[in-house]
Ligand binder design. Structure first.
Ligand SMILES: [Zn+2]
Length: 276
């Protein structure tokens, strides 16, 4: 009986090993390794040089990692042109290379829920029907540079993607903003708290970001300006997306004015752009 049980156990072990070997995770890892073994095309390098001046100033190892991550994103995420846009490599490379910045720490996977990236030529209009406090249907019309949906979709204005990449120090970057939302939406609704990893300290995260969010609202109520764009006061999800833009584009100013916030984001993103 013992022998039968041992054999059955061994069979189960072999089955699960085979399941892992031939399972989707194994195939995905194999496919990704193959993509990353390909050289980064020279034409793509030229695109980065021309359209993303900050890229050439990054340390060589960071440049290399961004290229490897971008190759995976370009291979896996379909880009769809809207309102007459014809998708080209310039769009794929510029969006993927900037979105790769947020994945350098290895925490975010490869935007696992993201199914497609939609690109409009410029700012786009969104009509949305919601209901007001009295339950009456209300239509709102907004002009957007970008949007991120929980259902795995990022929508970007190409004009704004270009502007964000052209000026790496103005603290505004629509790709970083929308892909920060994607990270936030990776494990449920966007709430300003992305998945922090198995040992993540959510208590500290919400204490630090909650405090900074409350301080921003108080400053705005007093009519005071500051480093953080007032749009961050919309809700916790927008706060995370807006301070992520600052973290990558104005890291020294963010660290000086909001050291705890900077430290929390540096721990989450696994990099410190002040050193670049
Ligand atoms: Zn947003």
């Amino acid at each position: 009986m013992n022998t039968v049980a041992a054999l059955a156990f061994l069979g189960l072990v072999l089955l699960s090993v085979a399941g892992w070997l031939w399972g989707p995770a194994w195939w995905r890892a194999r496919r990704r390794a193959r993509v990353q073994r390909q050289p980064f095309p020279r034409a793509w390098r030229r695109i980065l040089r021309r359209r993303m001046p900050a890229f050439a100033l990054l340390p060589p190892d960071i440049q290399q990692r961004i290229k490897k991550i971008a190759q995976i994103l370009i291979a896996e995420k379909p880009f769809i042109g809207c309102a007459g846009v014809r998708i080209n490599d310039e769009m794929r490379v510029l969006v993927a290379a900037q979105a790769a910045l947020l994945l350098l720490g290895g925490r975010g996977g490869y935007y696992r829920n993201l199914r497609q990236v939609l690109i409009y030529p410029g700012a786009f209009v969104v009509d949305r029907i919601g209901s007001d406090a009295a339950g009456l249907a209300q239509e709102s019309r907004r002009v957007l540079a970008g949007e991120s949906w929980q259902e795995g979709q990022v929508i970007l204005s190409w004009d704004d993607v270009l502007a964000g990449a052209a000026d790496p120090g103005d603290g505004r970057n629509v790709v970083i903003h929308e892909f920060a939302h994607q990270l936030d939406q990776d494990h449920g609704r966007a709430n300003g708290a992305p998945w922090l990893g198995r040992h993540g300290d959510y208590g500290r995260w919400s204490a630090v970001l909650g405090h900074e969010y409350a301080q921003l609202q108080q400053r705005l109520a007093r009519g005071e300006g500051g480093l953080i764009d007032p749009y961050a006061a919309t809700d916790a999800a927008e706060f995370f997306a807006v301070v992520s833009e600052l973290f990558f584009e104005q890291p020294a100013a963010l660290a000086q004015a909001h050291p705890e916030l900077h430290a929390e984001l540096a721990a989450y993103y696994g990099v410190d752009p002040r050193l670049w």
